[in-house]
Design a protein around this ligand. Structure first.
Ligand SMILES: NC(=O)c1ccc[n+]([C@@H]2O[C@H](COP(=O)([O-])OP(=O)(O)OC[C@H]3O[C@@H](n4cnc5c(N)ncnc54)[C@H](OP(=O)(O)O)[C@@H]3O)[C@@H](O)[C@H]2O)c1
Length: 255
């Protein structure tokens, strides 16, 4: 994988950051986006280039404006000579999810729409732009992050859970139509993982304790638990895996 290029949204924190480092360790060049944390993003670029000998660059990007992926990829083209992997990882939180991250009776179309835009529309436009570049280099691998909150009940998670179910379906459609370009499309669906996004849950401590209790491994998920799966799905070892959702939940969903 050395010398290839990963494009990933939301590479500054949590799972996205763990993925950036997982790929950098393999010698993969990384183009990652950030939203608010420019300082962290620029520090991270320096660290990646100094300690992993790869090319890294950070770009500001808002997943609530997915059509702007077209401009973003034109910028990436100036800095990187190829795109081999695309991971749609970033997720919105705070004010943008009001009316989406809540109880069923409090859901509002605007909040649900924001989450759908950030999850499904952003995946689609990012995947389209990356697929055009992957075709030129003979193929590639596209991944959307998903969550087991579309399979099991998580309080206040209706908006996110429904959008994740939709993006998993979209992944299968992408896989069906991009296979002819040797592009594989998959989802990595995580159970609760210790990140800022989860710590923002109103019932974070309850989710943390319940997850550890449900898991036969007696612990919460860590960002690295999903990063390894992304690396595997992009590698040649996963060369016949496409249209698949890889569930990484520490055994919690079965219980
Ligand atoms: N945590 C979990 O329990 C869990 C479980 C399963 C799946 N997932 C999925 O894994 C993915 C990553 O989640 P996480 O927990 O790592 O999230 P996180 O720690 O909250 O990190 C979110 C990332 O997205 C970026 N971001 C935030 N708002 C954005 C916006 N409007 N436009 C573009 N980028 C934006 C952030 O950039 P800045 O740092 O610049 O703000 C950050 O890099 C998500 O798709 C999530 O649904 C999470």
């Amino acid at each position: 994988m050395k010398g290839k290029t990963l494009v990933i949204s939301g590479g500054t924190r949590g799972i996205g950051q763990a993925i950036v480092y997982e790929f950098a360790r393999e010698g993969v060049n990384v183009a990652f986006t950030y939203n608010s944390n420019e300082e962290i993003a620029l520090e991270q670029v320096k660290d990646l280039e100094a300690n992993y000998g790869i090319k890294a660059k950070a770009y500001p990007f808002n997943i609530l404006e997915p059509e702007k992926y077209k401009e973003l990829f034109l910028e990436i083209d100036k800095d990187f000579d190829r795109v081999d992997y695309f991971i749609s990882n970033a997720i919105i939180s705070g004010r943008a999810v009001v009316g989406g991250y809540t109880k069923f009776m409090k859901l509002k179309p605007r909040g649900i729409n924001n989450i759908f835009t950030a999850t499904v529309n952003a995946f689609v436009v990012g995947a389209q732009e990356s697929a055009k570049r992957m075709e030129k280099v003979g193929g590639g691998s596209i991944i959307s992050l998903s969550s087991t909150g579309n399979l099991v009940y998580i309080e206040n998670y209706a908006g996110h859970g429904t959008a994740k179910a939709a993006v998993e379906a979209m992944v299968r459609y992408g896989a069906a139509e991009l296979g002819c370009m040797n592009i594989r499309v998959n989802a990595v669906s995580g159970g609760p993982i210790e990140t800022d996004a989860l710590r923002a849950f109103t019932n974070y401590e309850e989710v943390r304790d319940k997850t550890a209790e449900l898991s036969p491994l007696n612990r919460m998920g860590k960002p690295q638990d999903l990063a390894g799966a992304c690396l595997f799905l992009c590698s040649e070892k996963a060369s016949w895996i496409t249209g698949h959702t890889l569930l990484i939940d520490g055994g919690t969903t079965f219980k």
